[in-house]
Design a protein around this ligand. Structure first.
Ligand code: SER
Length: 325
């Protein structure tokens, strides 16, 4: 953790990752040391459990003011437009994803130049790969020719982060998250969203229509593992890190059909079908199984949840609130 007091800003604190990460960071570092950066959505759990600021991360002056006011040492920069939403408005996706990231890096570069601690976590994704990368055991270093604007912002962002590390010494760390499955906050506008939606629909309505084919396989991870991996990477010794681009990160890979069958074991009357839409093409352009041996070797990554454990935990968490709602 270093010899300084952590003062953290989480941007996108109301989002799928941010809502859970903010609460975990508040448990670890003390609520008063973790500022939730929110924009439009203001979830109760977040704004009632610690300090928050309304920030538009595409405006650098707001980030700078927040970082100076709260003496921030570390930013977890999670604001992003996801893959399917990005295809509907590529200008917006580029603007939000790239302008925000550059703003965060520039503010932390200024802090570094003034002699303060300047750490950044920024997520990349399996979407950084394109159709010509190996689909199975996709290596850490391989061709990266994504065919979505979201993927283009992820590859560009990885390069930008690496540059700010090399040139300005900003301590930037990153992972390529798989599709993330969570029980607290819905993802929005992603391609891997079916793996979350299925739980809500199965419990509430007993039926789900997948927007991908049954044989669609993607790397996935349960949110408690994703939060743990993020904190492990941020806690890792600088010398242990062999890349500043972005670590491949994995936990499990399964097909949409296998997921449906596993859900059905817990909800016997559950029925499902498959009606692929434009998101099928996005899923088909991504890896099926990721090789994350660098993360395992460099900072000791190991997942706790596979398909079976994840499904049973999701249902246990969601059923009480959804069943009779
Ligand atoms: N889960 C994201 C999406 O589906 C990819 O990082 O867009």
């Amino acid at each position: 953790m270093g010899g300084y007091e952590e003062r953290i800003l989480v941007t996108g604190a109301a989002g799928q990752i941010g809502s859970e990460l903010t609460l975990e960071l508040r448990r670890r570092y003390g609520a008063e040391n973790v500022i939730a950066g929110v924009h439009k959505k203001m979830p109760k759990e977040i704004i009632e459990s610690g300090p928050y600021e309304r920030i538009d991360t595409t405006d650098i002056s707001g980030i700078r003011a927040c970082v100076e006011k709260h003496n921030i040492t570390t930013i977890y920069h999670l604001v992003s437009i996801l893959s399917a939403a990005g295809e509907k408005n590529s200008n917006l996706a580029w603007h939000v994803n790239m302008t925000s990231l550059k703003n965060v890096l520039d503010v932390m570069r200024e802090r570094k130049e003034k002699g303060y601690t300047a750490k950044v976590f920024w997520p990349s994704s399996i979407a950084a790969f394109g159709p010509d990368a190996p689909k199975d055991n996709t290596p850490q270093d391989t061709v990266m020719h994504p065919t979505t604007i979201y993927g283009v912002t992820k590859v560009s962002g990885e390069l930008l982060c690496n540059y700010y590390w090399l040139k300005y010494g900003v301590d930037v760390r990153s992972v390529r998250y798989p599709g993330l499955i969570s029980s607290m906050t819905h993802p929005g506008g992603g391609t891997s969203d079916y793996a979350v939606e299925v739980f809500y629909e199965a419990i509430k309505n007993g039926h789900y229509t997948f927007f991908v084919r049954a044989d669609t396989v993607l790397p996935m991870m349960y949110m408690p593992d994703a939060i743990r991996a993020t904190i492990m990477l941020m806690d890792a010794d600088e010398d242990a890190l062999s890349t500043r681009l972005s670590y491949n990160l994995a936990a499990m890979s399964f097909s949409a059909g296998e997921l449906a069958e596993e859900v059905k074991k817990h909800i016997p009357g559950f029925s499902y079908d498959f009606r692929p839409d434009e998101r099928q093409g996005i899923a088909d352009s991504w890896p099926r199984i990721i090789d994350d041996s660098y993360a395992r070797k460099d900072w000791g990554w190991k997942e706790k949840f596979k398909l079976k454990e994840m499904v049973s935990d999701m249902i246990k968490k969601l059923e009480p609130s959804l069943k009779f709602s």
